[in-house]
Ligand binder design. Structure first.
Ligand SMILES: Nc1ncnc2c1ncn2[C@@H]1O[C@H](COP(=O)(O)OP(=O)(O)OP(=O)(O)O)[C@@H](O)[C@H]1O
Length: 317
């Protein structure tokens, strides 16, 4: 199997903040991560791959939660496994929420600051909540928050000790478009401020809106690495299938079918399936048409099947 590993347009320095060198991780007989090397530098990098590709395993090894079965994971040259000193320098936002809803955002983030043994936990919590624009909601209980607010609170908790490296596992999952946009702005801002950020996603569109650089993993292997525009071209110059739901599917279908980038549409009770001839044009045209027609888009998701085929296409080389 050949892989298409692309070099970034600007050549990365030979040593980065976070390094994986020839890292593998297996669980019993399952090889979750297979001989991956990558370098992360300040800024935002996307870790893109289908479900089960090994993204969570990579993030957990970086965070020091899991030992590599082979190879080394380092931050500034220091191994992350069994090395509490490096934990001061990294924050992890896990995929699943595990937050006590009865706490206020302020209490929760302060508790995290205490666990980090910070000298002034309340001040650190205030600073972190301000960073994620949650100051106004600091005294509200987390169970009253929207998904987006809860995620931002969890990001504040991961940032409370001011780590340089922030790892986020599928941070956009379950968010509506506005919450997503807010989180994207936050990651941009942190990246611009010099943080080294890696976030995982199985959705190309999400990654390309936030990250200049992308690491694509498929079936535990690094399939492509580098500037997202080049990877996107590789991945998008081929047909795609999207599941679309809107406030008026029939009217949207009529408007869409006139578009060159749309090859076919099927309307079902639960929404419609759109076959796009060209991924890039379709994703640009769709919001414009919806806006022109006064139709609200409720869901636009590349179908898993087509996404899987895109990823395996990358591996075919
Ligand atoms: N604790 C475990 N024991 C056995 N197999 C595991 C374990 N954790 C992960 N795996 C397997 O390792 C592979 C990679 O899983 P991982 O969770 O890292 O992928 P992922 O890209 O994050 O996927 P997802 O988005 O679905 O979580 C999968 O085949 C998964 O079933």
């Amino acid at each position: 199997m050949t892989t298409q590993t692309l070099q970034a347009e600007t050549k990365a320095p030979t040593s980065g903040v976070v390094e994986l060198s020839t890292v593998s991780r297996w669980y019993g007989n399952v090889v979750a991560v297979n001989d991956i090397s990558m370098t992360l530098n300040p800024g935002v990098t996307g870790l893109l791959g289908p479900n089960g590709a090994g993204k969570t395993t990579v993030l957990h090894m970086m965070a020091g939660f899991l030992a590599p079965s082979k190879g080394a994971v380092t931050i500034d040259g220091k191994p992350t496994w069994r090395n509490p000193a490096v934990y001061r320098d990294l924050g992890l936002v896990t995929e699943r929420e595990s937050v006590h809803g009865y706490l206020t955002a302020g209490q929760f983030v302060t508790a995290c600051a205490k666990m980090q043994k910070l000298p002034d936990p309340a001040a650190a919590a205030r600073r972190a909540l301000e960073q994620v624009e949650m100051t106004g909601a600091a005294d509200r209980r987390i169970e009253t928050f929207s998904k987006g607010m809860r995620q931002r609170t969890r990001v504040a908790a991961a940032l409370v000790h001011e780590p340089r490296v922030l790892l986020l596992d599928e941070p956009f999952n379950g968010m509506d478009p506005r919450q997503r946009m807010h989180m994207m702005e936050l990651l941009h801002r942190l990246g611009d401020n010099g943080h080294t950020i890696l976030f995982s996603s199985h959705i190309l569109e999400e990654v390309e809106q936030v990250a200049g650089l992308v690491q694509v993993i498929v079936a535990g292997r690094l399939a492509a690495s580098g500037d997202y525009r080049r990877i996107r071209r590789l991945m998008t110059n081929r047909p795609h299938v999207f599941a679309v739901r809107s406030s008026d599917d029939r009217r949207l279908a009529v408007a869409l079918i006139a578009e060159k980038s749309v090859a076919g549409i099927e309307i079902e009770a639960t929404g419609m399936t759109v076959r796009a001839a060209d991924y890039g044009n379709f994703t640009r045209v769709l919001p414009r048409i919806a806006l022109d027609q006064g139709i609200r888009l409720q869901q636009v998701v590349p179908s898993d099947e087509s996404l899987e085929s895109v990823f395996s296409y990358l591996l075919e080389g």
